[in-house]
Design a protein around this ligand. Structure first.
Ligand code: NAP
Ligand code: HSE
Length: 433
């Protein structure tokens, strides 16, 4: 696989991550050579635009117009796929490289969330490593931690802030009062966002990562189909202010739990979390992951979840493992042993909720709302109405005790049909951890 004292890298993608990898390999070349016992050298690259200035020295490196050529290029021992996208050419390149017995490093969670099981099977069949540390939580070595450091445990719950762009937006909205669109633009400029930023703000990117964590933690198939996904578009300054007043922070979380009957709950949505919880203090582009194992108890990891440097750190860590011949199966166990995912439907879970209604300020409105909550067995924890604007719209906020989610959804549908309720109710799940 290697030639002399070199591991020759074919790099597909020269965007935020690809350029970050070039810079890291150049800056830390000597230390890496000592740690790996060989030089890590980029010998071939591919991107769409050959003439774009990238701020890195690619002289002497072979340029391929077609990224698939890296899979069979004579001067390439290992392929790094950082183009992105769940289809071709990324998928075709990863498959071709594995078939050509060239280990692959990818940062592509979209690809793995959709084709993870098939690619892990190909990894097994070809006996060629497929590594993806950068695909989850940027610079945090969370896959290695689950696969190696926590290998002795049965994991029953994990949750995390898995999207740097969303966390950056929510933090900036809280701290500076700036609006959603302006902060998103800034996150894109900083290289945090996906090529299609709706993947970030609609929760899809976090869901991709959650499915990979679940597969590894619970030994089940990667399944987007069984994941509830809701993003942060509906979060506004009013709810951020109420959350603060009630002692919470709003975070986009990915949550995966294995219940005693073996069913798995997998969901991504904005949550209110107590402001003193470790995850509430993870701000800006940082990601945080909390894992609960039966013997280790709870561990918390935090680090930068996006951007050139942290992601390159994870990509190159995989290259180091490959250079040292120290790799493990993608999901920590043979793909053939990954079980089916039996999911717990969202409606069957229970939890506590924050609800904000915009209602007409007139007598009897709270009585109408309370009657609906009573009929659905929703028990109120607190109710807040401020201000006085007879005949006009005022916010009414309440939080609930533990409630079945389906009952809460039915109650919200009935409430939204009341004449006195003038906007669709805003509902956020509260997680106490
Ligand atoms: P990016 O900045 O958009 O860069 C993508 C690169 O791939 C560009 O160099 C582009 O070429 C090249 N490319 C795209 N389609 C191609 C094609 N059909 N043929 C050849 N080259 C092609 O993306 P990125 O932010 O670096 O992300 C890359 C991957 O890393 C994605 O899977 C992403 O999800 C993942 N990731 C990103 C981050 C992050 O913080 N950005 C963090 C973790 C994981 P041109 O430059 O010529 O257009
Ligand atoms: N767009 C992703 C994020 C990049 O914001 O977290 C890291 O996967």
């Amino acid at each position: 696989m290697t030639t002399g004292a070199q591991l020759r890298v074919g790099l597909a993608g020269l965007g935020t991550v690809g350029v970050g990898v070039c810079k890291l390999l150049a800056k830390n070349a000597q230390a890496l050579e000592k740690r790996c016992g060989k030089k890590l050298v980029i010998t071939a690259v591919s991107a769409r635009n050959r003439y774009k200035e990238r701020g890195v020295d690619l002289s002497g490196v072979t340029w391929y117009k077609d990224p698939l050529a890296l899979a069979t290029a004579e001067e390439v021992d290992v392929v790094v796929e950082v183009m992105g996208g769940s289809g071709d050419p990324a998928k075709a390149l990863v498959e071709a490289a594995l078939r050509a017995k060239k280990p692959v490093v990818t940062a592509n969670k979209a690809l793995l969330a959709e084709h993870g099981r098939a690619l892990a099977q190909l990894e097994e069949e070809t006996k060629t490593a497929l590594c993806a540390e950068a695909a989850v939580a940027g610079g945090i070595p969370i896959l290695k931690t689950l696969r190696e450091g926590l290998a002795a445990n049965t994991i029953f719950e994990l949750h995390g802030i898995l999207n740097g762009t969303c966390n950056y937006i929510l933090t900036e909205m809280l701290e500076t009062g700036r609006d959603f669109a302006e902060v998103l633009q800034e996150a894109q400029t900083l290289g945090y966002a996906e090529a299609d930023p709706s993947f970030d703000i609609d929760g899809v990117d976090a869901a991709h990562k959650l499915t990979l964590l679940s597969a590894m933690a619970f030994g089940v198939e990667v399944s987007m189909r069984d994941t509830f996904v809701e993003g942060i578009r509906k979060i506004n300054a009013v709810d951020i202010a109420y959350a603060t007043e009630l002692g919470y922070r709003i975070k986009l979380l990915g949550i995966a739990k294995r219940h005693e009957d073996g069913r798995i709950e997998q969901r991504v949505h904005p949550c209110m979390v107590p402001k003193h919880a470790p995850i509430a203090k993870v701000d800006g582009v940082f990601n945080g992951v909390v894992i609960q194992g039966d013997f280790v108890d709870k561990i918390v990891m935090e680090g930068r979840g996006a951007g050139a440097g942290p992601t390159a750190s994870a990509v190159v860590a995989d290259l180091v493992d490959i250079a040292r011949a120290n790799t493990s199966p993608l999901f920590g166990q043979p793909a053939s042993l990954l079980g089916p995912l039996r999911s717990l439907p969202l409606g069957q879970r229970s939890g506590t909720f924050y609800v904000r209604l915009m209602v007409v300020d007139r007598p009897g409105v709270i009585a109408e709302v309370s009657a609906i909550l009573r009929d659905e067995q929703v028990s109120l924890e607190a109710l807040l109405q401020r201000g006085r604007a007879p005949g006009e719209a005022v916010p009414v906020v309440f939080t609930t005790h533990d409630t079945n989610e389906a009952a809460m959804q039915r109650a919200l549908q009935s409430i939204s049909r009341l004449n006195s309720v003038i906007e669709p109710p805003q509902m956020l799940r509260i997680e106490s951890f």
